[in-house]
Ligand binder design. Structure first.
Ligand code: UD1
Length: 440
């Protein structure tokens, strides 16, 4: 298995370059299934999730080719003759559930595995299913699969309120609605930039959508959509991660440049909270410059849907708080128990405790290198970030979690001044470990 090894203490000097967005690429890929012909998506990051979703799409019939060097994906959805998303693939990545909307929108039927839980607890898909029913689908659950069909081959359209607001359900319902026979309305829709970029691509394909970027989205179904050529947006979470890395691992007073990001997609709350810490940030068109101050003030955050503080940046913020000289909290209102990184950060010496959905960090104690385990995508990048400012060497195991969402992270950080590399290691299975203990 792969691990990342970081020797702490070298400052992040930059520059860093932001790649294409994972969370926008995936729905864009799903959208291509709605048109009969070849579509092209550029600025697609070479990530494990993109490759997994390519395989999910191939199962349904389309031809997918990925030029990873050119970050260009071609999906020819001339043939969609097997409207199934199997468990083996869906269990690897929840966003595969977008196949529900894409397949029913294209063929009038879909058989999609339920995704199951994830590392930080249950993440239901009830809203996706209930919404699709309101839009005219008949749905049964059989042996872990959602079996959906549109009587007459096409959804009717309808009205559905999301409570809570959900990125994934908004995307799935849009995929279903754009080729429905009648109009649809999604209330309390997600306003995340990923949803807006995806909705704009659907419009470019010929979809009739109003209200993107607001809480109410209205759709007038159309008979056919055309293939597209679209450029994926920059990854806002990678940009935010790099900004927090610069704020905590940059040399005080030395600016770190981060290029090719879209800072408007971060949401105002993240920017405001970061300004309160005393970190100096300059925003230009596609360049963000971050300068670490001598002292970082402890600032508490609470995650919320866009334009609130992104839940995907809370683990990284926790590490920033460890570099302060005071106490502050991180509250996640979107996922109550997204704190799997906390025991690992404790192993690195961070003084942190969790109560309910709030983590309290007491800044001050030095972070010290150790062997730690990745548990999910954002948790793993927070461990790398802690390793960058730790005394000594940190080994971040099970880095396959990180490879789901960060393209060549170690290459980017190494070129920006960090002493980091990838290595292989043997991981004992639980059974091997028990046997080794018993033999000792
Ligand atoms: C997406 C992002 C993920 C991010 C999350 C929140 C992708 C591929 N993933 O995940 O990185 O952390 O948004 O910004 O874009 N919910 C229900 N029922 C449902 C669906 C959701 O109760 O049917 C709840 C969830 O448990 C959660 C909240 O709604 O509390 C928001 O989740 P949602 O926006 O759906 O997250 P994802 O789309 O899965």
């Amino acid at each position: 298995m792969d691990k990342l090894v970081v020797n702490g203490g070298s400052p992040l000097t930059g520059p860093l370059t932001v790649g294409g967005s994972k969370n926008t690429a995936l729905p864009l890929m799903a959208a291509t299934l709605l048109a009969d012909g070849p579509s092209r998506i550029t600025n697609v990051p070479d990530l494990r999730d993109v490759r997994t979703f390519s395989n999910v799409i191939r199962v349904a019939g389309p031809a997918v080719s990925f030029d990873a060097e050119a970050n260009t994906l071609t999906i020819d959805a001339s043939t969609v003759n097997h409207p199934v998303a199997p468990y083996d693939l869906v269990k690897k990545m929840r966003a595969s559930f977008y196949m529900l909307g894409a397949l029913i929108g294209r063929t009038g039927e879909a058989k999609v595995s339920l995704p199951g839980g994830c590392a930080w607890g249950p993440r239901p898909v009830d809203l996706h299913i209930e919404g699709m029913k309101e839009f005219g689908a008949e749905i049964e659950l059989e042996e872990g699969y959602v079996i959906a069909s549109a009587p007459g081959g096409r959804l009717t359209g309808g009205s559905f309120r999301l409570d809570p607001s959900s990125v994934g359900a908004t995307i799935n319902l849009l995929l279903g609605a754009v080729r429905a026979a009648g109009p649809s309305r999604i209330e309390n829709a997600a306003m995340e930039p990923d949803v807006v970029a995806f909705g704009r691509a659907l419009q470019d394909m010929g979809a009739q959508i109003d209200g993107l970027g607001t809480r109410t989205i209205e759709v007038q179904g159309v008979d056919t959509l055309s293939p597209i050529s679209v450029r994926n947006t920059p990854d806002r979470i990678e940009l935010g991660t790099f900004m927090l890395m610069a704020a905590s691992a940059g040399a005080p007073g030395h600016p770190v440049e981060i290029n090719r990001g879209t800072h408007e997609h971060l949401g105002q709350d993240f920017k405001n909270r970061l300004a309160e810490t005393g970190v100096d940030v300059e925003y230009e068109d596609e360049c963000v410059t971050v300068t670490r101050p001598d002292r970082i003030a402890p600032v508490s955050i609470e995650t919320a849907p866009y334009p609130g503080f992104p839940t995907d940046l809370q683990a990284q913020w926790t590490v920033l708080l460890a570099t302060t000289d005071g106490t502050a909290t991180v509250t996640d209102t979107i996922y109550d128990d997204r704190f799997k990184h906390v025991p690992e950060l404790q192993r690195l010496g961070v003084d942190i405790s969790v109560n309910g959905n709030t983590a309290t960090v007491e800044g001050g104690p030095p972070i010290k290198g150790a062997q730690v385990m990745s548990t999910d995508l954002r948790a793993s990048v927070s461990l790398v970030m802690a390793g960058m400012i730790a005394e000594g060497t940190t080994h971040v195991l099970r880095v396959y979690h990180l490879d789901r969402g960060y393209e060549d992270l170690e290459g980017k950080l190494r070129r920006a001044g960090i002493d980091i590399w990838r290595d292989e290691y043997e991981e004992l299975s639980d059974r091997d470990e028990t046997e080794a203990r018993e033999a000792a």
